[in-house]
Write a protein that binds this ligand. Structure first.
Ligand code: SER
Length: 585
């Protein structure tokens, strides 16, 4: 079986059990740039887990593209990936533990033909916030799981939440026994010796964790499951790593053929980072020095460093991208649709990085000459770090060149500085992730509605070409990107502001209807995000003023918004302008 076949089997199975299939949301959340990337299937569904009605009903199944960068430096070993696909079935206040577990075991044993003897499961052990999940364990026993392969663990292992706040709950995880010998008498599924591989997580999401650390029950009891596609594919094919499956094999083989200095870890890094970069670019990402653009830049640059390490001529990069698109195009048709953009973006970034390498090397040589004059033979950690921060010059290259010139490098201090730096960026990313998922406060809801008013007002003042290119909402302000070729004049800005405030004063009702994508389009609704919502979409109408496709939520009438004030208008990128605005109550 291949990954696509597994994906199809999964979707068909859940379709035949009353689930509607929803397509993957983009890796870059469309209406929520406060989150860096979609990191779990749950992310695009948060409003529905909190109680909004989903246009497709209460039983859904999906295949979600995810990107997690916390372990980016681990890629190269036999299991870590940044980009992966998660298959999921969802109950939005519909079925709960019993059916969810029965679906999982039936799918694994009957559809994928995995013998139950190969499986073990874990359940939540219980603590002050939620009881021991004996209900789940009982269902496991009923479906034939022997007691000795049902384990209980605490929050660290058997509780799922994204970030520190948001919908969450106990989970039950299903593990596959690879047949490797146990590492000790205590070897169990929570051990990462490699004997047990987690394949499926069923989260019973009935709690909300608040900022202050307390838990309350959600309006409804949900199920969120996640089955890692690359992993199950690898296990079913009896492979040791995802890099040995059809997803990566062609590119791994090509790299081996081209490498003059082969090493497996570098080939894995190139193969993994190339796929992740292509997927980010296909969903609209561009390399830059901040946020998600920086992560894309890091992925591409790390890939190039390892191509250099493998001694593969960088002129071959285009061919490698083409080969990878060819190999993955059936699984991800968006790669073919964005082929030119993917190639151009990666090749441009490669050229920039090559220049960086040249500049950094000059700078390093200057520094080494200075030290030589002073008869010093140690290059300080601070200098290695400065080259890294200022020129993007990779520390391992600095070390190499310094060594060639007879210099020692203070590696220990450098590692310390580097770790501090990484920790800072990691905290930054997590902060962003939390913000996006958890914040459904009154303020952010008000800014959502104000964004619709602004979008429409811009189209009235500037013309229909002024369409949304991005939106970022916090509880303090909105930020809206739209296409327009030049700076807005003072008159235009005043006019936009005035129109929005008029609509607020008219206290227009905000209503929501569900309709087919086609009907929405024909009714003149704006903000069409093809492929995002599946067949049915929600359309929010604000009086006679605006009609826009959106997942919500929104205020019920505009009168509550206060006074709308534009704070800033500036360029965002070529042909795209950005407005920052606030609501004053
Ligand atoms: N949210 C859970 C996870 O990401 C299950 O989908 O593992």
């Amino acid at each position: 079986m291949t990954a696509i076949e597994i994906r199809n089997k999964f979707l068909n199975y859940f379709r035949s059990h009353g689930h509607k299939i929803i397509p993957s949301a983009p890796l870059i959340p469309e209406n929520d740039p406060s989150v860096l990337f979609t990191t779990a299937g749950m992310h695009p569904l948060v409003p529905y887990l909190l109680g909004e009605k989903h246009p497709e009903g209460t039983r859904l199944a999906d295949y979600q593209k995810c990107l997690r960068t916390v372990d980016i430096d681990e890629v190269g070993d036999n299991r870590h990936l940044t980009f992966f696909e998660m298959l999921g079935n969802w109950s939005l206040g519909d079925y709960f533990k019993n059916e969810s577990i029965r679906y999982s075991i039936e799918f694994l044993t009957k559809e994928l033909n995995i013998p139950i003897e190969k499986l073990s499961v874990t359940c939540f052990a219980g603590d002050k916030d939620a009881p021991r999940d004996e209900e789940t364990a009982k269902v496991w026993e009923e479906v034939g799981m022997p007691k000795e392969r049902i384990y209980y663990f605490g929050k660290n292992d058997n509780w799922w939440i994204a970030g520190d706040e948001g919908p969450c709950g106990p989970d039950t995880e299903i593990f596959y026994d690879t047949g490797k010998p146990a590492c000790s008498d205590n070897c169990n599924p929570s051990c990462d010796c490699g004997k047990y591989v987690e394949i499926w997580n069923n989260v019973f999401m009935e709690y909300y964790k608040h900022k202050d650390g307390t838990y309350t029950k959600l309006k409804q009891r949900n199920v969120d499951t996640g089955l890692g596609l690359e992993r199950i594919n690898m296990l079913l094919q009896g492979k040791e790593t995802p890099f040995d499956t059809e997803i990566f094999k062609p590119i791994m083989d090509k790299l081996q053929e081209l490498a003059k200095n082969d090493n497996l870890e570098s080939r894995r890094i190139v193969a993994e980072h190339l796929r992740a970069s292509m997927m980010i670019i296909a969903d609209g990402g561009k390399p830059s020095n901040i946020d998600r653009g920086y992560i894309l830049r890091r992925l591409i640059r790390r890939m190039i460093r390892h191509l250099n390490k493998l001694e593969i001529n960088l002129d071959r990069l285009k061919e490698l991208i083409e080969l990878n698109i060819e190999n993955l195009k059936e699984m991800y048709p968006e790669l073919m649709q964005n082929k030119e953009n993917i190639i151009n973006t990666i090749m441009e970034e490669k050229d920039k990085f090559v220049k960086t390498l040249v500049n950094g090397e000059k700078e390093l040589q200057k520094e080494l000459n200075k030290l030589k004059e002073k008869n010093i033979d140690i290059l300080s950690a601070e200098e290695v770090f400065r080259l890294y921060e200022t020129y993007g010059f990779p520390p391992e290259v600095t070390k190499e060149i310094a060594k060639e010139n007879g210099f020692k490098v203070d590696l220990e201090t450098f590692d310390k500085l580097f770790k501090e730096h990484q920790e800072k960026s990691r905290l930054g990313s997590e902060q962003k992730f939390k913000g996006g998922l958890a914040d459904q406060s009154e303020e952010t809801i008000a800014y959502h509605t104000a964004t619709h008013l602004l979008h429409k007002a811009l189209q009235i003042v500037l013309g229909d070409h002024a369409v949304q290119k991005g939106s970022n909402i916090t509880s303090e302000r909105l930020r809206f990107d739209f296409s327009h070729p030049q700076k807005l004049t003072k008159e235009e800005l005043d006019k936009v502001e005035q129109i929005v405030n008029e609509q607020i004063q008219r206290d227009l009702p905000v209503t929501c209807e569900e309709m087919s994508y086609e009907d929405a389009k024909n009714s003149g609704a704006i903000g069409l995000f093809a492929n995002k919502y599946g067949d049915k979409v929600k359309v929010y109408t604000i009086g006679d003023f605006s009609k826009e496709i959106c997942g919500g939520p929104h205020v019920t009438h505009t009168g509550v918004l206060g006074t709308f004030k534009i704070k800033k208008e500036e360029a965002s990128s070529a042909g795209v302008r950005r407005i920052k605005a606030v609501l004053i109550k």
